[in-house]
Design a protein. Sequence first.
Length: 316
Amino acid sequence: MKSLVSAKGGHTRRKEVCMGCGQSTFTKDYARGERTCSVCGLVASDRTTDTGPEWRAFTAEEENARARVGAPATYTIADKGISTMIDWRNRDASGKAIKSTTRAAMYRMRKWHIRSRLHSSQHRNLSIAMSEMHRLSSQLGIPRDVRETAALLYRKALITKLVRGRSIESVVAASIYLACRIHRIPRPLDEIVAETNVDRKKVGYAVRMVVSRVNVTVPLPSAKDLIPRLSSDLMLEGRTVEKATEIINQAKENYVTIGKSPGGIAGAALYIAGILEDDRRTQREIAHASRVTEVTIRNRYKELVRVLGITIDVNS
DNA sequence: AAGACGAAAGTGGTTGA
DNA sequence: TCAACAACTTTCGTCTT
């Protein structure tokens, strides 16, 4: 995790070298308002900017009521009533006739002006939804092609009058969730819901509605799809990932994956692969990354070892 | 001290009447 | 709509490294 963050930083301007140890890893401590070097502990500055909210909230309702961030929805609602109108008369401000060349340009401008305006309530809805979708998918780091699928799903849902009586946000969240699954990069529903202001149940219901009413086949999340994400979170090596994939394939052939949570299977496969390839992670680390408990990892791993007849070399 | 193990009781979601 | 059910979680004590 830490090294991922530091590896990402392409901002050379912001890079600061610690005067104490010569390395450049600083962490902010908001509780004390200090920036300290995480290697040697030198306090770099004692005036940290707290980027968090200045309010406190004790319930989800309060959180929703007080949060001031979110989609700048007002800018996308229709034209916000401040757009310019282009007159149809071919006269300039003083009433003189406009030159023919200018007239042709005016004609094109009018055409596109009208086309760009939002006509029906559906367009209006779509406009709001798309801005929300943009916000949510950016927040979650959803790739472009998946966004396209999500947008398409939403449009289909809108046509089948599915959004009526439901919040736009919940259907948007559902579309993104399903698009991720279609593209075989499943995200846990909770992760998506966490970035919205709607409750989980409503999003879950919207997911069901979209699946049943919109004509799409959504593959069930499989353990194999989770491997890339998990292994990058755990910073495992290539051969370990390959081994884990192999284990999952074998597990599928032996029908031990049915009815089990994909996270558990993927985690267990990575755990075994880690031991076999000498690229070991603790059960706790894996459990945390794959969003199941250590116990589940243990159970799946025991089961996989038993069914697949893998012998674990203990002295490693 | 940290990690692994497993038992037992509790929880949320699916299935079938 | 409700109860049964399997999978999974939580909790906790014990053993191993």
